[in-house]
Write a protein that binds this ligand. Structure first.
Ligand SMILES: C[S@@+](CC[C@H](N)C(=O)[O-])C[C@H]1O[C@@H](n2cnc3c(N)ncnc32)[C@H](O)[C@@H]1O
Length: 209
């Protein structure tokens, strides 16, 4: 069994976690290039590498911090022939480029989610996978954990209302503005958004007649 499969078996112990991984696998498996916002910890990254294995597909991990878990993603990806790159920095500064999928799992606040998705969505061809929609669905992570909202708002680059907003309200705000997107699946901590109409070469040029 590959290192990736062994790692998945070791970290996904509950039935809900296994089912969540299977759903991510189903949608991510339809993608060639995926960007992961919030990579440290490497749980979702490992699931993505498993889904992307073969056909020289590509994963880019994004996080404010790199550590041994982000390093482990690079090693795992290499072992199964997935191209992997780590980009260290704030998601709001991540360079725009086309991708098939985005997995979002940073500091769970509806305002931060909305800001990132609203900026990235025109470049995403297929799916947006959002984690944390159950634990922080109604109250953001900062609200639930009673963090200093002014400090969190500065760190996230959103106003205090956005820092306090729950993930479900963040998704609703995104879908209300980006009417070409719809929620296609929800299970436990995971919500999947998809395009109503599949996109082809939407941003960088039209397909030739
Ligand atoms: C919940 S953890 C990610 C867990 C990981 N997806 C997993 O499954 O193991 C959240 C991560 O998001 C990162 N993060 C939070 N806000 C961020 C931002 N604005 N830009 C980039 N990374 C951010 C944190 O440094 C942290 O490592």
């Amino acid at each position: 069994m590959s290192d990736v499969k062994n790692r998945i078996n070791a970290i996904l112990t509950s039935e809900a976690a296994k089912q969540t991984a299977a759903i991510i696998n189903k949608f991510a498996g339809q993608c060639d290039t995926i960007v992961e916002f919030g990579s440290r910890g490497a749980v979702s990254g490992t699931i993505l590498i498993d889904a992307l294995t073969g056909r020289k597909r590509r994963l880019i991990g994004v996080d404010l911090v790199s550590d041994e878990t982000t390093d482990s993603l690079a090693k795992m990806a290499e072992s199964v022939g997935v191209s992997y790159q780590f980009w260290r920095g704030h998601t709001s500064q991540y360079p725009l480029h086309e991708m098939d999928g985005l997995l979002w799992d940073t500091f769970h606040a509806g305002g931060a989610l909305f800001m990132d998705l609203d900026r990235m969505a025109p470049y995403i061809q297929k799916y947006i996978m959002v984690l944390g929609v159950m634990s922080f669905g109604e109250l953001s992570e900062a609200s639930a954990k009673k963090f200093d909202m002014a400090a969190v708002s500065r760190e996230l680059g959103v106003d205090e209302t956005g820092a306090a907003l729950g993930m479900k309200a963040g998704i609703a705000k995104f879908l209300a503005k980006n009417t070409d997107w719809v929620q296609v699946h929800e299970f436990a901590e995971l919500a999947i958004l998809g395009r109503k109409v599949p996109a082809t070469s939407r941003v960088f040029g039209k397909t030739k007649a």
